[in-house]
Design a protein around this ligand. Sequence first.
Ligand SMILES: *Cc1c(COP(=O)(O)O)cnc(C)c1O
Length: 376
Amino acid sequence: MLNEKLVPYVRPGLSAAKPYDARHHDFAWRHPELERLMSNESPLPPSEEVVEAARAALADANRYPDSGEDLRGAIAGFVGVDPSMIVLGNGSTEILDVAIRTFIGPGDEAVIHVPTYAFFETQVRIHGGSPILVPMTDDFRFDPPALAGAVNERTKLICLCSPNNPTGNSWTVEELSTVLRAGVPTIVDQAYLECGYSPSFASLVLEYPNLIVTRTLSKAFGLAALRLGYGIADAGLVDVFLRIRIPFSISLIALRAGMAALADPDALEERRRYISSERAWIEDRLAAMPDITALPSDGNFVLIDVSRSGRKAAEVVAAAQAEGVLLRAMTAHRLEGNYVRVTVGTHEQNEHFLRVFDRSLRADTPASSRVAPAPA
Ligand SMILES: *Cc1c(COP(=O)(O)O)cnc(C)c1O
């Protein structure tokens, strides 16, 4: 509870603002014996070259890092745009925060399709804006006309995600272009782009200066703990973002590891292939199970509707956890009903998941858990 003498000083709304809930991560770190298939991490650790680059940077830990111009250049080459169109961030989350702060203040509106990544909504609220939540269609298609219909003179930002967490589907260039033509600043979060073969929207930034694409080294690249992401935007907008961003927000360790990761495009392709083939295998196996529906995914995760099994999502998650597998019940992303999300792990982890999941759909699975239930 905030000390009441401080209440008049804290900006209105902030002390009551609901933060992004990261308790499931803390829970997983306290229980290393459980398979972490709950937060869309890569099951593949970084390569020896990347680890070595990070380790070498530790020897210079008494110095401030440089501003990452070499990494910015390497990412620009990887993406295929000019370095002036790249802004680095402490995870792509920092770019999302900077972009939201750039456009959203008290009284402003941000149009967001739901279900999606919860951070958009929490951050818009924290900066005093109102999230306008536009549902996807009943069969989880994006709904560009509904999004366009939600735009008014207070709208300062549109937030989209492709591939979308948690539904797994992607925007097409045609669908996205109809949204971009409205001219409203539009973020497309492409955190999962390299986990599959869905379209990149980086080149559309040249045509639409209102488009901001965010990407990360946390997912397919497998560097979530290092916190390294970036935005791709019009050079003038990048210049504004650079004024707002915290200087030195990226550690030397992350900068050096990022350079090593980008120097090995074959390793990324191998990761993309591994994740994609494991995902396809999980999808095939799930398709053969009665009483559930798995949505086709371009990400490193699969969303599963368990409602026809008669089990609640929370029951399935608890039963899987009792057998050593962490999954996520999807109430967190404004998804009504009984949906469970599983992250694509190693082949062994995926096999373990499929065995456990099949049992968890039946009411006779043990209700007792080896550990206290994870927070929702
Ligand atoms: C995991 C995730 C992120 C987090 O990215 P960082 O680069 O690690 O900050 C961003 N967006 C979505 C949709 C995610 O699921």
